[in-house]
Design a protein around this ligand. Structure first.
Ligand code: SAH
Length: 184
């Protein structure tokens, strides 16, 4: 995936550094290593319908577009959603759908999903998102404080969910109803 296309032109020289980079609006494109960890955790085979929370640059969406059947991605900043949509169109992806969302988490209309990846930090496990997962499906989500989180992989069971900790991470905050207030 040509990461240089997903970062602002003036920092293209840094596109292949293994670290997050600023994409404007106080947001970042995730570290490539973390994108790999999250993508690997949902074990795609090519048949899945996947939801991503936090389109940002569209980089993770594009990777999911390569590996899953259908991708739904939500973003709260309209300018980022629009730029990502344009770029993904130019790159020829026809299986990636992007929506600008308000306070409600996820994209309920197209649920249940086979996997959900949350690319912003949540204060707790969101029931709203767990309810959009099919039984047996996986949710990968950073949960913790605004500054430091644990990356959790939750597999939805019929009666109870199983949770695996994939390690410590640092993401920009998830903003909205089940998450943080924009100005807190
Ligand atoms: N996956 C992105 C990472 C972007 S950073 C990439 O590959 O570039 C996380 C993004 O989540 C930010 O763009 C931020 O605006 C967005 N975000 C924060 N809260 C959100 C919410 N409740 N719903 C959707 N997007 C949200």
């Amino acid at each position: 995936m040509p990461r240089e296309l997903f970062v602002p032109v003036d920092i293209r020289d840094s596109a292949y550094d293994d670290r997050p980079l600023s994409i404007g609006y106080g947001q970042t494109i995730s570290q490539p290593y973390i994108v790999a960890v999250m993508t690997e955790a949902i074990q795609l085979t090519g048949k899945e319908k996947v939801l991503e929370i936090g389109t940002g640059s569209g980089y993770q969406s594009a990777i999911l577009g390569e590996l899953a059947k259908e991708v739904y991605s939500t973003e709260r900043i309209p300018e980022l959603a629009e730029a990502a949509r344009k770029l993904l169109d130019v790159l020829g992806y026809t299986n990636i759908n992007i929506k600008v969302t308000g306070k409600d988490l996820g994209w309920k209309e197209n649920s249940p999903y086979d996997a959900i990846i949350v690319t912003a930090a949540a204060p707790s496990l969101s029931d709203t998102l767990l309810n959009q997962l099919a039984v047996g499906a996986k949710l990968v989500i950073p949960v913790g404080s605004r500054w430091e989180q644990e990356l959790l992989k939750v597999t939805r069971g019929e009666f109870r969910n199983t949770i695996e900790n994939l390690g410590s991470v640092r993401f920009v905050p998830l903003i909205g109803k089940d998450a943080w207030d924009e100005y807190s």
